[in-house]
Write a new protein. Structure first.
Length: 444
């Protein structure tokens, strides 16, 4: 019998070693589009609003706990003996829960919330005890149906006959199951198979044998079933996530000159009427306002750009940068941990680090804020309306007051008062006849 409205818990299996990744860290900590793999099933699970959210962890357990602290309960699977064994590791944690349990995987990042809600609806309307998710792709398990087309069991490819290997319908391993059926069935499952593991897939055959109702929901988009086991699969999943992100941004009024050549992390926000040119990379939790123009081959990391900003081409914003309304940052300009006020400008070949810049300030070509003395970082303050000429060095800590000027080629080591002009360069000296006295270079 179905469990009706008894509630929902989500169990995410994330204990695998990830051997084929050939990595020194847990597979579920590898990132795609700025988010660790485990963050994707956690996000979609959180969107469902479950009563409980439990994650089974194994390799690098402490690192995984630390990375996702506060988002779930964690249980340890000290020894990996299959998916069924991983679920059993959470039995004590979920022992007092009597509703439906949705089983997801930490290395399957592409499942959509709409797909999982459809599974929930199917279970409720059919009063099934178990709803499984299948796909028409060659997954490690094949869905075996009886003569009437009803699901009868799942067979792992390692145990399958040639006829069973030819079955086109694969098992994604995602299950929505009544808790009483789950724990009763897993208590009966053994490890007498080629791998010597406890298969969660045995759940299906035992439920059928017990007279329980089993339904399969076929994925419309097979990409959702992609599990990550190799670096190639990681790259493939990242491409899907980026394409989805770009499509969502375009649907909300953002223009991409070439979406396939533009890389935007999944947690980035961009306002309408913004324009992104090819080669742009925007990462982290960056926030771009309305009408922002990001020119080709610009990199923006965890920064905020207010409305009307124009940046690039080939500019670089490092983390904790904030560009105010209508700021202009040009080619080969790098800005780090700085705030540039409204309509300030740095058009080319400059470095602005650890700086607070007021409205309408202007940086000429080649201006450097010298923020590091070899031991500590220091801040530069540039007030409203200040003008810094080309090829100038501002040795921090330093303040340029309102409407002050710095002459081109200056190395400024002291504060500049409001309205003053700072000239800090050696007086030019011309050495007459120097070229004639210079030894000639021998021709090779």
């Amino acid at each position: 019998m179905g469990s009706g409205a008894a509630g929902l818990s989500v169990l995410v299996l994330a204990a695998g070693k990830g051997t084929r990744m050939k990595s020194s860290r847990a597979k579920v900590l590898h990132e795609i589009a700025g988010r660790p793999l485990l963050g994707f099933p956690l996000a979609v699970a959180e969107a469902l609003g479950p009563e409980r959210l439990v994650v089974v962890i194994g390799r690098d357990a402490d690192l995984v706990r630390e990375r996702f602290d506060g988002r779930a309960q964690f249980v340890l699977q000290a020894e990996q003996r299959g998916t069924g064994h991983a679920v059993l590791a959470a039995r004590e944690t979920l022992a007092d829960f009597g509703g439906d349990i949705l089983i997801l995987y930490g290395d399957t990042p592409l499942l959509r919330e709409t797909t999982l809600r459809h599974m929930i609806d199917v279970k409720a309307t059919t009063r099934a005890d178990l709803v499984m998710l299948s796909a028409l792709v060659p997954l490690p398990g094949r869905v075996v149906r009886d003569a009437a087309g009803r699901v009868s069991r799942i067979v792992e490819v390692t145990d399958a006959t040639p006829e069973e290997l030819a079955i086109p319908e694969g098992n994604t391993g995602v299950y929505l199951v009544s808790s009483d059926l789950l724990w009763k069935t897993l208590a009966q499952v053994d490890d007498r198979n080629e791998q010597g593991e406890i298969y969660l897939t045995d759940l299906v055959a035992r439920a059928v044998a017990d007279g329980r109702r089993v339904e399969a929901v076929l994925l419309a988009d097979a990409d959702e079933s992609l599990g990550i086991n190799t670096r190639a699969e990681l790259a493939r999943a990242a491409a899907v996530v980026r394409a989805r992100k770009n499509d969502a941004l375009m649907a909300n009024g953002v223009t991409f000159v070439d979406p396939a050549a533009t890389y935007v992390d999944v947690d980035v926000e961009i306002g309408s009427d913004s324009l992104l040119e090819p080669g742009v990379v925007i990462t982290g939790a960056s926030r771009l306002g309305v009408g922002v123009h990001v020119k080709a081959h610009t990199v923006i990391e965890s920064s905020r750009l207010d409305d009307g900003v124009v940046i690039g081409p080939m500019a670089h914003l490092r983390p904790a940068t904030h560009l105010g309304p209508r700021v202009r940052v040009g080619n080969f300009v790098e800005v780090k941990n700085s705030h540039l006020g409204e309509e300030s400008k740095a058009d080319h070949l400059s470095y602005i680090g650890d700086a607070d810049v007021g409205r309408h300030a202007h940086f000429g070509c080649g201006v450097i804020t010298v923020n590091y003395d070899g031991v500590s970082k220091h801040r530069t303050s540039v007030a409203e309306g200040a003008f810094v000429g080309c090829n100038s060095n501002l040795i921090a800590p330093i303040t340029l007051e309102k409407d002050s000027y710095v002459a081109a080629g200056s190395t400024v080591t002291h504060d500049v008062p409001a309205g003053a002009l700072a000239v800090a360069r050696e007086r030019q000296r011309n050495v007459e006849g120097w070229r004639a006295r210079r030894p000639s270079k021998k021709k090779s």
